[in-house]
Design a protein. Structure first.
Length: 100
């Protein structure tokens, strides 16, 4: 469903934030911001404060509808692959079937 309305979804929709602390004390923290979209019932986090997480772990999910994820870090703290370009559409690789 589309709405013709002047809405800044990043500042006017409900937001929930998790601050990720890396194992390396010299590394930068990362802020993970979940932004509710229209008709999202709620943001459900499956991690609790103090939990240790690893790359690929589930942090939570959006209940009903679409949404946006924003990650914030200090400039220069994260190095992206050279083939990744601004505005490029990216997606998760499908998991291997359980039989493999």
């Amino acid at each position: 469903m589309a709405i013709n309305e002047d809405l800044d979804e990043f500042t006017e929709n409900v937001r929930s934030t998790i601050l990720l602390h890396p194992k390396d004390p010299d590394a930068s923290k990362v802020a993970f911001v979940a932004v509710d979209a229209l008709l999202v019932g709620s943001i459900k986090f499956t991690v609790k404060e103090g939990n240790r997480i690893s790359k690929g772990d589930e942090l939570g999910y959006f209940a009903y509808g679409g949404s946006t994820i924003i990650c914030l870090w200090l400039k220069g703290e994260i190095k992206f692959d050279d083939d990744l370009k601004a505005g490029m559409r990216i997606g998760a690789k499908p998991s291997a079937p359980a039989s493999e």
